[in-house]
Design a protein around this ligand. Structure first.
Ligand SMILES: *Cc1c(COP(=O)(O)O)cnc(C)c1O
Length: 468
Protein backbone atom coordinates (compact mmCIF):
# COMPACT_ATOMS: atom_id res chain seq x y z
CA UNK A 1 0.00 0.00 0.00
CA UNK A 2 1.22 3.47 -0.92
CA UNK A 3 0.09 6.71 0.71
CA UNK A 4 -0.47 10.07 -0.96
CA UNK A 5 -0.95 13.54 0.51
CA UNK A 6 -4.35 15.25 0.35
CA UNK A 7 -2.53 18.30 -1.07
CA UNK A 8 -0.78 16.35 -3.78
CA UNK A 9 2.66 17.84 -3.28
CA UNK A 10 4.49 15.50 -0.90
CA UNK A 11 6.41 12.30 -1.60
CA UNK A 12 4.41 9.08 -1.92
CA UNK A 13 5.23 6.98 1.16
CA UNK A 14 4.94 3.45 2.48
CA UNK A 15 3.19 2.54 5.75
CA UNK A 16 6.26 2.75 7.99
CA UNK A 17 7.20 6.14 6.55
CA UNK A 18 3.67 7.50 6.98
CA UNK A 19 3.56 6.30 10.57
CA UNK A 20 6.73 8.16 11.49
CA UNK A 21 6.02 11.26 9.37
CA UNK A 22 2.55 12.14 10.74
CA UNK A 23 1.72 15.28 8.73
CA UNK A 24 2.79 15.40 5.06
CA UNK A 25 5.48 17.94 4.22
CA UNK A 26 3.09 19.92 1.99
CA UNK A 27 0.86 20.46 5.03
CA UNK A 28 -1.60 17.78 3.87
CA UNK A 29 -2.69 14.50 5.43
CA UNK A 30 -1.71 11.08 4.15
CA UNK A 31 -4.40 8.76 2.77
CA UNK A 32 -4.11 5.34 1.07
CA UNK A 33 -3.73 5.54 -2.69
CA UNK A 34 -6.70 3.16 -2.99
CA UNK A 35 -9.01 1.38 -0.53
CA UNK A 36 -8.44 -2.32 0.15
CA UNK A 37 -11.62 -4.20 -0.81
CA UNK A 38 -13.48 -6.92 1.11
CA UNK A 39 -16.27 -8.78 -0.70
CA UNK A 40 -19.45 -10.02 0.98
CA UNK A 41 -17.86 -13.49 1.18
CA UNK A 42 -14.70 -12.05 2.75
CA UNK A 43 -16.90 -10.35 5.34
CA UNK A 44 -18.87 -13.52 6.09
CA UNK A 45 -15.58 -15.32 6.68
CA UNK A 46 -14.70 -12.70 9.32
CA UNK A 47 -17.75 -13.41 11.49
CA UNK A 48 -16.84 -14.87 14.85
CA UNK A 49 -13.20 -13.78 14.77
CA UNK A 50 -11.84 -12.41 18.03
CA UNK A 51 -11.08 -8.68 18.07
CA UNK A 52 -7.30 -9.16 17.58
CA UNK A 53 -7.84 -11.70 14.77
CA UNK A 54 -10.23 -9.31 13.04
CA UNK A 55 -7.82 -6.42 13.57
CA UNK A 56 -5.03 -8.32 11.81
CA UNK A 57 -7.35 -9.15 8.88
CA UNK A 58 -8.58 -5.56 8.46
CA UNK A 59 -5.24 -3.77 8.91
CA UNK A 60 -2.85 -6.06 7.02
CA UNK A 61 -3.63 -4.62 3.54
CA UNK A 62 -2.66 -1.15 4.82
CA UNK A 63 0.72 -2.35 5.98
CA UNK A 64 1.68 -4.46 3.00
CA UNK A 65 5.13 -5.93 3.42
CA UNK A 66 6.48 -3.11 5.59
CA UNK A 67 6.17 -5.11 8.81
CA UNK A 68 6.77 -8.85 8.99
CA UNK A 69 3.31 -10.53 9.24
CA UNK A 70 4.23 -12.65 12.27
CA UNK A 71 5.69 -9.62 14.05
CA UNK A 72 2.63 -7.52 13.22
CA UNK A 73 0.31 -10.25 14.51
CA UNK A 74 2.30 -10.40 17.75
CA UNK A 75 2.04 -6.61 18.18
CA UNK A 76 -1.72 -6.67 17.60
CA UNK A 77 -2.22 -9.50 20.10
CA UNK A 78 -0.08 -7.73 22.68
CA UNK A 79 -2.22 -4.60 22.17
CA UNK A 80 -5.67 -6.15 22.42
CA UNK A 81 -5.36 -9.50 24.25
CA UNK A 82 -5.57 -7.74 27.61
CA UNK A 83 -7.42 -4.51 26.93
CA UNK A 84 -9.56 -4.10 30.03
CA UNK A 85 -12.49 -6.10 28.63
CA UNK A 86 -12.32 -9.56 27.00
CA UNK A 87 -14.42 -8.33 24.05
CA UNK A 88 -12.22 -5.17 23.67
CA UNK A 89 -15.23 -3.22 22.32
CA UNK A 90 -18.43 -4.77 23.74
CA UNK A 91 -21.92 -3.69 22.69
CA UNK A 92 -24.83 -2.94 24.99
CA UNK A 93 -28.40 -2.74 23.69
CA UNK A 94 -30.25 0.48 24.50
CA UNK A 95 -33.46 -0.17 22.57
CA UNK A 96 -34.92 -1.95 19.53
CA UNK A 97 -32.16 -2.09 16.90
CA UNK A 98 -30.27 0.52 18.91
CA UNK A 99 -26.84 -0.31 20.32
CA UNK A 100 -24.01 1.30 22.22
CA UNK A 101 -20.47 0.34 21.19
CA UNK A 102 -18.25 0.73 24.26
CA UNK A 103 -14.83 1.90 23.17
CA UNK A 104 -13.67 3.04 26.61
CA UNK A 105 -12.26 -0.07 28.27
CA UNK A 106 -8.60 0.76 27.57
CA UNK A 107 -6.09 2.00 30.14
CA UNK A 108 -7.19 5.67 30.15
CA UNK A 109 -10.93 5.02 29.76
CA UNK A 110 -11.38 6.80 26.41
CA UNK A 111 -11.65 5.49 22.85
CA UNK A 112 -8.30 7.04 21.92
CA UNK A 113 -6.60 4.10 23.66
CA UNK A 114 -7.85 1.72 20.94
CA UNK A 115 -5.56 3.36 18.39
CA UNK A 116 -2.92 4.86 20.65
CA UNK A 117 -2.01 1.56 22.31
CA UNK A 118 -1.25 0.09 18.90
CA UNK A 119 0.54 3.23 17.72
CA UNK A 120 2.97 3.28 20.67
CA UNK A 121 3.96 -0.30 19.94
CA UNK A 122 4.30 0.27 16.18
CA UNK A 123 6.52 3.33 16.74
CA UNK A 124 8.71 1.42 19.16
CA UNK A 125 8.96 -1.59 16.85
CA UNK A 126 9.93 0.39 13.74
CA UNK A 127 12.34 2.73 15.55
CA UNK A 128 14.07 -0.13 17.35
CA UNK A 129 14.59 -1.91 14.02
CA UNK A 130 16.21 1.24 12.64
CA UNK A 131 18.24 1.83 15.82
CA UNK A 132 16.62 5.26 16.24
CA UNK A 133 15.03 7.13 19.15
CA UNK A 134 12.50 9.96 19.06
CA UNK A 135 11.18 12.57 21.47
CA UNK A 136 7.42 12.96 21.45
CA UNK A 137 6.16 16.33 22.68
CA UNK A 138 2.52 17.27 23.03
CA UNK A 139 0.04 19.55 24.76
CA UNK A 140 -3.17 18.23 26.22
CA UNK A 141 -6.34 19.56 27.76
CA UNK A 142 -7.07 16.06 29.05
CA UNK A 143 -7.76 12.81 27.17
CA UNK A 144 -5.13 12.75 24.45
CA UNK A 145 -2.21 13.31 26.80
CA UNK A 146 -3.13 10.46 29.10
CA UNK A 147 -3.68 8.08 26.17
CA UNK A 148 -0.33 9.07 24.60
CA UNK A 149 1.54 8.64 27.89
CA UNK A 150 0.01 5.21 28.49
CA UNK A 151 0.90 4.21 24.93
CA UNK A 152 4.54 5.29 25.26
CA UNK A 153 5.40 4.40 28.86
CA UNK A 154 8.42 2.18 29.17
CA UNK A 155 9.08 2.04 25.41
CA UNK A 156 12.81 2.20 24.87
CA UNK A 157 12.82 4.10 21.55
CA UNK A 158 10.57 6.90 22.83
CA UNK A 159 10.97 9.79 25.27
CA UNK A 160 7.69 11.64 25.89
CA UNK A 161 7.10 15.15 27.29
CA UNK A 162 3.45 16.07 27.84
CA UNK A 163 2.34 19.60 28.72
CA UNK A 164 -0.93 20.43 30.42
CA UNK A 165 -2.27 23.69 31.89
CA UNK A 166 -1.45 23.71 35.64
CA UNK A 167 -4.60 23.44 37.78
CA UNK A 168 -6.86 23.52 34.70
CA UNK A 169 -7.52 19.83 34.00
CA UNK A 170 -9.80 17.53 36.00
CA UNK A 171 -8.48 15.43 38.88
CA UNK A 172 -8.94 12.15 37.02
CA UNK A 173 -7.34 13.53 33.87
CA UNK A 174 -4.33 14.92 35.74
CA UNK A 175 -3.80 11.79 37.82
CA UNK A 176 -3.96 9.57 34.74
CA UNK A 177 -0.86 11.44 33.53
CA UNK A 178 1.04 12.26 36.72
CA UNK A 179 0.77 8.86 38.41
CA UNK A 180 2.53 7.08 35.55
CA UNK A 181 5.94 6.17 36.95
CA UNK A 182 8.15 5.40 33.95
CA UNK A 183 11.61 6.87 33.32
CA UNK A 184 10.76 7.92 29.73
CA UNK A 185 7.57 9.82 30.70
CA UNK A 186 7.80 13.50 31.69
CA UNK A 187 4.60 15.32 32.59
CA UNK A 188 4.86 19.11 32.73
CA UNK A 189 2.34 21.44 34.36
CA UNK A 190 2.65 24.81 32.64
CA UNK A 191 1.56 27.90 34.55
CA UNK A 192 -0.76 29.03 31.78
CA UNK A 193 -3.71 27.95 29.64
CA UNK A 194 -4.06 25.09 27.16
CA UNK A 195 -3.44 27.58 24.34
CA UNK A 196 -0.17 28.62 26.04
CA UNK A 197 0.82 24.93 26.11
CA UNK A 198 0.03 24.56 22.42
CA UNK A 199 1.99 27.71 21.58
CA UNK A 200 5.01 26.33 23.46
CA UNK A 201 4.84 23.07 21.50
CA UNK A 202 4.58 24.95 18.20
CA UNK A 203 7.56 27.08 19.16
CA UNK A 204 9.60 23.95 19.95
CA UNK A 205 8.81 22.49 16.51
CA UNK A 206 9.69 25.81 14.87
CA UNK A 207 13.13 25.70 16.49
CA UNK A 208 14.83 23.65 13.76
CA UNK A 209 17.99 23.13 15.81
CA UNK A 210 16.05 21.66 18.72
CA UNK A 211 13.78 19.68 16.41
CA UNK A 212 16.71 17.91 14.77
CA UNK A 213 18.78 17.55 17.91
CA UNK A 214 15.99 15.79 19.83
CA UNK A 215 14.20 14.22 16.82
CA UNK A 216 10.91 15.81 17.89
CA UNK A 217 7.75 14.01 16.87
CA UNK A 218 4.02 14.09 17.69
CA UNK A 219 1.24 11.54 18.03
CA UNK A 220 -1.62 13.78 17.01
CA UNK A 221 -4.95 12.79 15.59
CA UNK A 222 -3.92 13.21 11.96
CA UNK A 223 -1.55 10.23 12.01
CA UNK A 224 -2.84 7.74 9.45
CA UNK A 225 -2.18 4.77 11.74
CA UNK A 226 -4.69 6.12 14.27
CA UNK A 227 -7.40 6.13 11.63
CA UNK A 228 -6.37 2.63 10.50
CA UNK A 229 -6.68 1.15 14.00
CA UNK A 230 -10.12 2.75 14.44
CA UNK A 231 -11.50 1.15 11.26
CA UNK A 232 -11.45 -2.22 12.99
CA UNK A 233 -14.26 -1.60 15.49
CA UNK A 234 -16.67 -0.59 12.74
CA UNK A 235 -16.13 -4.04 11.22
CA UNK A 236 -16.42 -5.66 14.66
CA UNK A 237 -19.78 -4.00 15.38
CA UNK A 238 -21.30 -4.38 11.91
CA UNK A 239 -20.35 -8.08 11.65
CA UNK A 240 -21.88 -8.79 15.06
CA UNK A 241 -25.12 -7.16 13.88
CA UNK A 242 -25.44 -9.13 10.65
CA UNK A 243 -23.20 -7.52 8.02
CA UNK A 244 -22.83 -8.09 5.14
CA UNK A 245 -26.44 -9.31 5.02
CA UNK A 246 -27.76 -6.31 6.92
CA UNK A 247 -26.86 -2.67 6.62
CA UNK A 248 -25.74 -0.76 9.70
CA UNK A 249 -25.82 2.93 10.68
CA UNK A 250 -23.44 4.66 13.08
CA UNK A 251 -23.66 7.78 15.26
CA UNK A 252 -20.31 9.24 16.28
CA UNK A 253 -19.57 11.99 18.84
CA UNK A 254 -17.11 14.07 16.88
CA UNK A 255 -14.28 16.51 17.45
CA UNK A 256 -11.43 16.21 14.97
CA UNK A 257 -13.45 13.94 12.63
CA UNK A 258 -10.90 11.12 13.08
CA UNK A 259 -13.30 8.59 14.55
CA UNK A 260 -16.11 9.10 12.04
CA UNK A 261 -13.63 9.22 9.14
CA UNK A 262 -12.46 5.73 10.17
CA UNK A 263 -16.08 4.61 9.67
CA UNK A 264 -16.10 6.23 6.24
CA UNK A 265 -12.95 4.24 5.42
CA UNK A 266 -14.60 0.99 6.59
CA UNK A 267 -17.48 1.70 4.22
CA UNK A 268 -15.08 2.42 1.36
CA UNK A 269 -13.55 -1.03 2.01
CA UNK A 270 -16.88 -2.77 1.41
CA UNK A 271 -18.57 -2.76 4.83
CA UNK A 272 -22.29 -2.10 4.20
CA UNK A 273 -22.76 1.10 6.21
CA UNK A 274 -25.81 3.10 5.19
CA UNK A 275 -25.26 6.38 7.03
CA UNK A 276 -23.36 8.28 9.70
CA UNK A 277 -24.77 10.73 12.22
CA UNK A 278 -22.03 13.24 13.07
CA UNK A 279 -22.81 14.41 16.61
CA UNK A 280 -21.48 17.72 17.97
CA UNK A 281 -21.84 19.66 21.20
CA UNK A 282 -22.36 23.46 21.03
CA UNK A 283 -19.19 23.68 18.95
CA UNK A 284 -21.25 22.80 15.92
CA UNK A 285 -19.28 23.72 12.79
CA UNK A 286 -19.80 20.21 11.37
CA UNK A 287 -23.54 20.25 12.06
CA UNK A 288 -23.82 23.60 10.27
CA UNK A 289 -21.86 22.17 7.37
CA UNK A 290 -24.00 19.06 6.91
CA UNK A 291 -27.23 21.06 7.49
CA UNK A 292 -26.56 23.96 5.18
CA UNK A 293 -23.08 23.87 3.59
CA UNK A 294 -21.88 26.45 6.12
CA UNK A 295 -18.35 25.56 7.22
CA UNK A 296 -17.43 28.78 9.01
CA UNK A 297 -15.27 29.16 12.10
CA UNK A 298 -16.58 30.71 15.30
CA UNK A 299 -15.06 30.77 18.81
CA UNK A 300 -14.64 27.60 20.88
CA UNK A 301 -17.13 27.32 23.74
CA UNK A 302 -16.27 25.12 26.75
CA UNK A 303 -18.83 22.32 27.31
CA UNK A 304 -19.40 19.20 29.40
CA UNK A 305 -17.76 17.19 26.60
CA UNK A 306 -14.34 18.91 26.40
CA UNK A 307 -12.77 16.47 23.93
CA UNK A 308 -15.25 17.73 21.34
CA UNK A 309 -14.62 21.44 22.02
CA UNK A 310 -13.05 21.91 18.62
CA UNK A 311 -13.86 24.27 15.77
CA UNK A 312 -11.54 23.12 13.01
CA UNK A 313 -11.74 19.34 12.54
CA UNK A 314 -8.34 18.43 11.16
CA UNK A 315 -9.31 15.03 9.73
CA UNK A 316 -12.13 16.57 7.68
CA UNK A 317 -9.49 17.34 5.05
CA UNK A 318 -9.36 13.61 4.28
CA UNK A 319 -13.07 13.58 3.40
CA UNK A 320 -12.68 16.86 1.54
CA UNK A 321 -10.03 15.19 -0.64
CA UNK A 322 -12.64 12.67 -1.83
CA UNK A 323 -15.40 15.30 -2.18
CA UNK A 324 -13.07 17.27 -4.46
CA UNK A 325 -12.40 14.25 -6.67
CA UNK A 326 -9.04 13.42 -5.04
CA UNK A 327 -7.58 16.56 -6.59
CA UNK A 328 -4.68 17.76 -4.41
CA UNK A 329 -4.57 21.21 -6.00
CA UNK A 330 -8.26 21.77 -5.30
CA UNK A 331 -7.75 20.75 -1.66
CA UNK A 332 -4.79 23.10 -1.36
CA UNK A 333 -6.88 26.01 -2.68
CA UNK A 334 -9.89 25.17 -0.53
CA UNK A 335 -7.75 24.97 2.62
CA UNK A 336 -6.01 28.26 1.77
CA UNK A 337 -9.41 29.95 1.43
CA UNK A 338 -10.55 28.35 4.69
CA UNK A 339 -7.49 29.75 6.47
CA UNK A 340 -7.84 33.23 4.98
CA UNK A 341 -11.60 33.77 5.00
CA UNK A 342 -12.76 31.25 7.61
CA UNK A 343 -15.17 29.54 5.20
CA UNK A 344 -14.85 26.47 3.00
CA UNK A 345 -15.87 26.77 -0.65
CA UNK A 346 -17.82 23.65 -1.67
CA UNK A 347 -20.33 23.78 -4.51
CA UNK A 348 -23.85 22.42 -4.12
CA UNK A 349 -23.10 19.11 -5.87
CA UNK A 350 -20.05 18.40 -3.71
CA UNK A 351 -21.96 19.23 -0.53
CA UNK A 352 -24.91 17.09 -1.71
CA UNK A 353 -22.57 14.10 -2.09
CA UNK A 354 -21.49 14.49 1.54
CA UNK A 355 -25.06 14.75 2.83
CA UNK A 356 -26.07 11.50 1.12
CA UNK A 357 -23.92 9.70 3.68
CA UNK A 358 -23.60 12.07 6.67
CA UNK A 359 -26.08 14.05 8.72
CA UNK A 360 -25.07 16.35 11.56
CA UNK A 361 -26.79 17.01 14.88
CA UNK A 362 -25.94 19.36 17.73
CA UNK A 363 -26.64 18.60 21.40
CA UNK A 364 -26.12 21.35 24.01
CA UNK A 365 -25.09 20.83 27.65
CA UNK A 366 -28.60 21.03 29.12
CA UNK A 367 -29.84 18.38 26.71
CA UNK A 368 -26.73 16.26 27.32
CA UNK A 369 -27.54 16.06 31.04
CA UNK A 370 -31.15 15.26 30.24
CA UNK A 371 -30.05 12.37 27.99
CA UNK A 372 -27.68 10.97 30.66
CA UNK A 373 -30.60 11.02 33.12
CA UNK A 374 -33.13 9.52 30.65
CA UNK A 375 -30.91 6.67 29.48
CA UNK A 376 -30.01 5.82 33.06
CA UNK A 377 -33.68 5.79 34.06
CA UNK A 378 -34.71 3.63 31.08
CA UNK A 379 -31.78 1.19 30.85
CA UNK A 380 -29.54 1.53 33.92
CA UNK A 381 -26.63 2.47 31.62
CA UNK A 382 -24.49 5.44 32.72
CA UNK A 383 -23.27 7.53 29.79
CA UNK A 384 -20.42 10.02 29.90
CA UNK A 385 -21.25 13.44 28.33
CA UNK A 386 -19.47 12.67 25.00
CA UNK A 387 -21.31 9.38 24.57
CA UNK A 388 -24.59 11.07 25.53
CA UNK A 389 -24.17 13.57 22.68
CA UNK A 390 -23.81 10.64 20.27
CA UNK A 391 -26.77 8.74 21.71
CA UNK A 392 -29.11 11.73 21.47
CA UNK A 393 -28.03 12.54 17.93
CA UNK A 394 -28.57 8.90 17.00
CA UNK A 395 -32.07 8.88 18.45
CA UNK A 396 -33.12 12.13 16.77
CA UNK A 397 -31.57 11.54 13.37
CA UNK A 398 -32.16 7.79 13.20
CA UNK A 399 -32.88 6.78 9.60
CA UNK A 400 -36.20 5.12 8.70
CA UNK A 401 -36.34 1.35 8.61
CA UNK A 402 -35.14 -1.30 11.02
CA UNK A 403 -31.46 -1.50 10.15
CA UNK A 404 -29.39 -1.50 13.33
CA UNK A 405 -28.06 1.83 14.60
CA UNK A 406 -24.89 1.90 16.68
CA UNK A 407 -23.90 4.88 18.84
CA UNK A 408 -20.23 5.01 19.75
CA UNK A 409 -19.46 5.45 23.46
CA UNK A 410 -16.12 7.25 23.56
CA UNK A 411 -15.41 7.72 27.29
CA UNK A 412 -16.11 5.81 30.50
CA UNK A 413 -18.62 7.61 32.76
CA UNK A 414 -16.09 7.59 35.62
CA UNK A 415 -13.87 9.86 33.57
CA UNK A 416 -16.46 12.64 33.96
CA UNK A 417 -17.98 11.78 37.35
CA UNK A 418 -19.27 15.27 38.23
CA UNK A 419 -21.44 15.64 35.14
CA UNK A 420 -22.76 12.09 35.46
CA UNK A 421 -23.51 12.50 39.15
CA UNK A 422 -25.29 15.80 38.68
CA UNK A 423 -27.50 14.25 35.98
CA UNK A 424 -28.30 10.95 37.72
CA UNK A 425 -27.44 11.26 41.41
CA UNK A 426 -25.09 8.31 40.94
CA UNK A 427 -21.33 8.74 41.17
CA UNK A 428 -19.80 6.35 38.60
CA UNK A 429 -17.00 4.20 39.97
CA UNK A 430 -13.60 3.72 38.41
CA UNK A 431 -12.91 0.17 37.18
CA UNK A 432 -11.09 -2.01 39.75
CA UNK A 433 -7.69 -1.63 38.10
CA UNK A 434 -7.89 2.17 38.55
CA UNK A 435 -9.68 2.17 41.89
CA UNK A 436 -6.58 3.41 43.75
CA UNK A 437 -5.87 6.22 41.23
CA UNK A 438 -6.52 8.85 43.87
CA UNK A 439 -4.00 7.29 46.28
CA UNK A 440 -1.11 6.93 43.85
CA UNK A 441 1.93 9.23 43.98
CA UNK A 442 2.02 12.04 41.43
CA UNK A 443 5.10 13.12 39.49
CA UNK A 444 5.15 16.31 37.48
CA UNK A 445 7.40 19.24 36.78
CA UNK A 446 5.80 22.65 37.23
CA UNK A 447 7.23 25.21 34.80
CA UNK A 448 6.44 28.87 34.09
CA UNK A 449 4.89 29.69 30.71
CA UNK A 450 8.32 30.21 29.16
CA UNK A 451 9.91 28.66 26.10
CA UNK A 452 13.40 29.03 27.59
CA UNK A 453 12.42 27.18 30.76
CA UNK A 454 10.75 24.42 28.75
CA UNK A 455 13.64 24.05 26.31
CA UNK A 456 16.16 23.86 29.15
CA UNK A 457 14.13 21.24 30.97
CA UNK A 458 13.60 19.07 27.87
CA UNK A 459 17.26 19.32 26.88
CA UNK A 460 18.65 18.58 30.34
CA UNK A 461 16.26 15.70 30.91
CA UNK A 462 17.06 14.19 27.53
CA UNK A 463 20.81 14.48 28.16
CA UNK A 464 20.48 12.80 31.53
CA UNK A 465 18.38 10.02 30.01
CA UNK A 466 20.75 9.57 27.07
CA UNK A 467 23.67 9.23 29.48
CA UNK A 468 21.79 6.77 31.66
C1 LIG B 1 -11.16 12.65 21.15
C2 LIG B 1 -12.53 12.35 21.66
C3 LIG B 1 -13.67 12.53 20.84
C4 LIG B 1 -13.60 13.09 19.44
O1 LIG B 1 -13.01 12.18 18.54
P1 LIG B 1 -12.50 12.70 17.09
O2 LIG B 1 -11.78 11.54 16.51
O3 LIG B 1 -11.57 13.86 17.41
O4 LIG B 1 -13.68 13.11 16.33
C5 LIG B 1 -14.92 12.18 21.37
N1 LIG B 1 -15.03 11.71 22.62
C6 LIG B 1 -13.96 11.53 23.45
C7 LIG B 1 -14.17 11.03 24.82
C8 LIG B 1 -12.67 11.83 22.98
O5 LIG B 1 -11.62 11.65 23.81
Amino acid sequence: MRYISTRGDAPVLSFDQVLLAGLAEDGGLYVPESWPQFTADDLRAMRGLTYPELAIRVMTPFIGDRIDPAEFAAIVHETYDDFGHPAVAPMVQLGPNFWLLELFHGPTLAFKDVAMQLLGRLFDHLLSKRGERITIVGATSGDTGAAAIEACRGRSAIEIFMLYPHERVSDVQRRQMTTVDAPNVHTIAVEGTFDDCQDLIKAMFNDTGLRNELKLSAVNSINWARVMAQIVYYFHAALALGAPDRKVNFAVPTGNFGNVYAGYAARAMGLPIDSFVVASNSNDILTRFFDSNDMSISGVEPTLSPSMDIQVSSNFERLLFDLLGRDGDAVKQAMAQFREKGTLPLDAAQWQTATELFTGYKVDDARTKQVIADIFAKTGVLLDPHSAVGVDAAAVRRPDGDDPLVALATAHPAKFPDAVESATGVRPELPARLADLHDRDEHMKILPNSLDALRDFVRETSELRGAA
